[in-house]
Design a protein around this ligand. Structure first.
Ligand code: PNS
Length: 165
């Protein structure tokens, strides 16, 4: 009987914090790949709102799934992909405006690791304007975007901004 190698993809990002847009891409990726490694960037240059452990825990609590592994990484994404034997990188596209930046990253990653394919998945239309940055901003200013992020993320944002509801 023929056996097929499992198709494993890596889905990288800052996830500061995870949004329903990210989760939508992750669900779509799980339809195409056997396993998805969610790789949370340890942003050494940036000052994220959530620590790396918090960002990983929010993803874990938002989408428990046996075909998902959550890791953190620093340095080159393609090295993390190679270390975890992922043959594809998954990135979400919300709109044409994402494309130029994503195209540059994909081309650079191909230069560095020609054996790894970047795949772009389109997010559900009603998440096409959602970004972690805007979610943080509107919660800090008192709005309730609970249809755009998992409940656990809303709670975590309220705690960070010391908002009592
Ligand atoms: O969620 P983000 O912040 O848009 O994700 C950006 C990410 C993590 C995909 C990108 O910054 C990245 O891959 N960083 C790792 C460093 C790297 O590999 N750079 C070379 C490719 S341009």
């Amino acid at each position: 009987m023929e056996t097929f190698a499992k198709k494993r993809a890596i889905f990288p990002g800052s996830f500061d914090p995870v949004t329903n847009g990210h989760l939508d891409i992750l669900k779509r990726a799980l339809k195409l790949f056997d396993e998805v490694i969610v790789a949370v960037l340890i942003n050494e240059g940036k000052e994220p709102l959530f620590t790396i452990e918090e960002r990983m825990e929010l993803i874990r609590r938002s989408m428990p799934q046996d075909r998902i592994t959550i890791i953190s990484f620093k340095g080159l994404l393609v090295e993390a992909a190679r270390a975890h034997e992922a043959s594809a990188i998954v990135r979400g596209l919300r709109a044409v405006s994402d494309f130029e930046y994503e195209c540059q990253i994909a081309m650079m990653n191909r230069e560095l690791a020609p054996e790894i394919e970047t795949t772009f998945l389109m997010t559900q239309a009603n998440f096409s304007f959602v970004s972690s940055r805007l979610v943080k901003e509107v919660v800090r200013l008192g709005a309730d975007p609970s249809h755009l992020v998992p409940p656990t993320v809303i709670e975590a944002l309220h705690q960070k901004f010391e908002i009592t509801k």
